[in-house]
Design a protein around this ligand. Structure first.
Ligand code: FAD
Ligand code: SF4
Length: 511
């Protein structure tokens, strides 16, 4: 063996060019290390899913005659640090070359560059290879926007549609429109029924015991006995197929809906498989486009879904690489309140939040509107510390890797980047949550009241937010009606709202 190739836990693509032909000179290295389990407190399912996926890929590669060195979390010789384990192998095998696939996180990018530089000093040749996963280069967004004032997702998305010829009619958008969002904002009232969960069930109890015995800390329900995240590309492809055939037709229409009896609604649950690279984004996009071309999916659904992957997913990655490492520290609104304790146990009287957080703790998943317009909305109105919140989002969701989680949390949801990503803050009163969900029915708070003990906290906190941040938002053209409405409000009404908001913000644990 002369050549070490490192595969990270979110690089589980068995079709990567590295794996085309086995080479007896090459040792593929994979490792379950405390460095990766401990950089943030993770949901139990996230740790299980990544380790189970890594173990499966290692087995598949070994079966295809690749040489694989796999460090289990329980192994005595495991030093639980990528650099230390690699160093050990280099000495053991007198390695002449070290390669890695470009990582997606800043932290790992820095570490691997350092490891490579150290190896080079020892005379070992190194290379950083493409992970062959994304549809844009790390710096595409930066180059596109260098001459522009606003980093609009729409600009990026249209350019991606044209570049990859997705939903295009020559150089015009298919169906005559780039965006069908107006058809996509319906609440769900029970029909059509939520599709069944067809994902295979795995028993990961042995792995979970091994993780616990190694002392790894976590939170959330492990669900090790009935585990439902895909183990490999094969399972991810089946999930994609089921989604395209039975679920996508309704995706667009109910994209923003939420319901207490239907946690998945018409979402794909493909983010984990995409982010650990079991699926390639273009095959997912093409599958949706193809379903539209065959006439089985309306264009509004196909476009709405494709926009998320070809648009948002690639765009937030572009922002991440353009703005890191400073991005992670941004706090434009100077919010500093700690997270209330119910973020960890869902015990709050606010039903929208208890439902969304409970789903997150149970499934390591919540869909976009729960993340943005319930949890994120509340966090922004309450003035929660964006860095602390970022750690929470990074830990709890099965699909959370910093390159995609950080811009979504800090930028889109918390406006902590001062509006680079979002053109306006995503906040609302109870009116939006009531319109899009059934949460307000049976809530301990009254959605119609603005002040008083029983008043929905979103209502007063919403107006208080705009009063507190007048400087930042008064001239924002996308918030047209807010400040004129506040100007018309009587002073005593404003004071009552501010008092109620102040009480809520200083008694978050009691809400
Ligand atoms: P679907 O609704 O079926 O969407 C299809 C796919 O589109 C997703 O699988 C995902 O790959 C992509 N997508 C959709 N929205 C976004 C988006 N805003 N940014 C990037 N990709 C998107 N997504 C993550 O993958 N990892 C995260 O850590 C993450 N953190 C988030 C934090 C906040 C505060 C918010 C508001 C959103 C976050 N998202 C994140 C985006 C989105 O909520 C999830 O991708 C989605 O809920 C995953 O479920 P799904 O696969 O069923 O998605
Ligand atoms: Fe949420 Fe307010 Fe509705 Fe209760 S009343 S579910 S807190 S929006």
């Amino acid at each position: 063996i002369r050549h070490l190739r490192l595969v990270l836990g979110d690089q589980l693509n068995p079709e990567h060019p590295w794996f085309q032909t086995p080479d007896p000179e090459v040792l593929i290295v994979m490792m379950e290390v405390r460095q990766e389990t401990d950089y943030v407190l993770h949901h139990a399912q996230k740790i299980i899913a990544i380790f189970a996926g890594m173990r499966r890929l290692a087995q598949q590669l070994a079966a295809r005659r690749h040489k694989v060195r796999y460090f289990k979390i329980s192994e005595c010789g495991n030093q639980h640090n990528i650099a230390a384990n690699l160093q050990q192998l280099c000495q053991q095998y007198r390695i002449e070359k070290f390669s890695y696939q470009l990582p997606d996180e800043w932290r790992l990018d820095q570490q691997l560059q350092q490891i490579a530089a150290d190896f080079e000093k020892e005379g070992i040749q190194t290379s950083a290879d493409d992970s062959a996963h994304f549809l844009s280069a790390r710096d595409d967004a930066q180059r596109l926007f260098s001459q522009r004032q606003r980093w609009l997702m729409e600009t990026f998305y249209r350019q991606m549609r044209a570049k990859h010829q997705v939903l295009m009619d020559g150089n015009q958008p298919a169906g005559g429109q780039w965006n069908f969002d107006h058809d996509n904002r319906e609440a769900w009232r029970g029909t059509p029924a939520e599709p069944p969960d067809r994902r295979p069930v795995h028993d990961h109890r042995v792995l979970w015991e091994e993780i616990q015995a190694a002392g790894v800390k976590s939170f959330g329900e492990p669900s090790a006995q009935r585990f439902r995240w895909p183990l490999d590309r094969e399972e991810a492809l089946q999930q994609l197929d089921f989604f395209i055939r039975g679920v996508l037709p309704h995706f667009g229409q109910f994209q923003d809906a939420m319901h207490s009896a239907a946690p998945r609604l018409f979402h794909s649950l493909l983010s984990f498989a995409l982010n650990v690279k079991m699926l390639h984004p273009l095959e997912v996009v093409r599958a949706a486009e193809d379903a539209w071309q065959r006439g089985v999916v309306p264009i509004a659904s196909a476009e709405g879904f494709i926009r998320q992957i070809l648009g948002w997913r690639e765009y937030v990655r572009g922002i991440y690489w353009a703005a890191m490492p400073d991005y992670a520290q941004q706090n434009a609104l100077q919010h500093a309140q700690s997270l209330p304790s119910w973020f960890w146990n869902s015990q709050t009287g606010m039903r929208c939040l208890s439902q969304s957080i409970q789903a997150s703790l149970q499934h390591a998943h919540a869909h976009h509107i729960q993340r943005l317009m319930v949890i994120g909305n509340f966090a922004l109105l309450a003035g929660l510390d964006p860095q602390e919140l970022h750690q929470w989002y990074l830990g709890i969701y099965i699909d959370a890797f910093e390159w995609v989680e950080l811009p979504n949390t800090l930028g889109m949801s918390q406006f902590a980047d001062g509006g680079l990503l979002a053109t306006k803050p995503y906040v609302s009163t109870s009116a939006y949550i009531h319109k899009m969900s059934d949460y307000c029915k049976g809530c301990a708070y009254d959605r119609k009241q603005k002040t008083g003990e029983k008043a929905c906290p979103f209502n007063a906190m919403y107006w208080d937010f705009f009063l507190r941040h007048r400087e930042q938002f008064a001239r924002n053209p996308r918030l047209g009606m807010i400040y004129p409405q506040l100007a018309k409000m009587k002073d005593e009404d404003k004071t009552a709202l501010q008092l109620r908001a102040a009480w809520c913000r200083s008694n978050l644990d009691q809400l």
